[in-house]
Unconditional design. Structure first.
Length: 147
């Protein structure tokens, strides 16, 4: 039941986020499903691994899927990348970091700040890796057709 609730809430949140960003109507639902799938993948991987690995894998798979959906819907990939960024960005953790700095709990603030930086790097590396993986796949696919 909890996973279903997460799925529904993430879908609504991501579609709302895309509406605020003025994304075209035809990609709202696919973007919502992509963001929801990315969030659920993150949730499923977070428990057996850790937050960093779960974020990395979700970013790679989400990036690959966003490239595929952008080709299918003939729209820029940025639209779908925004949908996978929404659930992965550690906004609450960044808020807590700021809160710890303001209240004077510097040790906890530095610990949280380092995790925020690591997650930001992991998201960007994962998204770039997803794009590279898809390009390598397409390269080998073209090469086997030529042989």
């Amino acid at each position: 039941m909890s996973l279903l609730l997460h799925a529904i809430a993430s879908f609504i949140a991501i579609v709302t986020f895309l509406i605020v960003l003025n994304v075209q109507r035809s990609v709202l639902i696919p973007g919502g499903f992509l963001g929801m799938a990315t969030w659920l993948l993150y949730l499923l991987l977070r428990e057996p691994t850790n937050v960093i690995i779960a974020t990395f894998v979700a970013a790679i798979i989400g990036s690959c899927l966003s490239q595929i959906l952008s080709i299918y819907y003939k729209t820029p990939a940025v639209v779908f990348i925004l949908a996978i960024l929404a659930p992965l960005v550690p906004g609450y953790l960044a808020y807590r970091t700021t809160s710890f700095f303001v209240t004077g709990n510097y040790h906890q603030a530095v610990v949280n700040a380092s995790l925020v930086v690591i997650l930001a790097l992991v998201i960007s590396i994962g998204m770039a890796s997803g794009t590279v993986i898809l390009k390598i796949y397409n390269y080998f696919k073209k090469r086997t057709k030529q042989s």
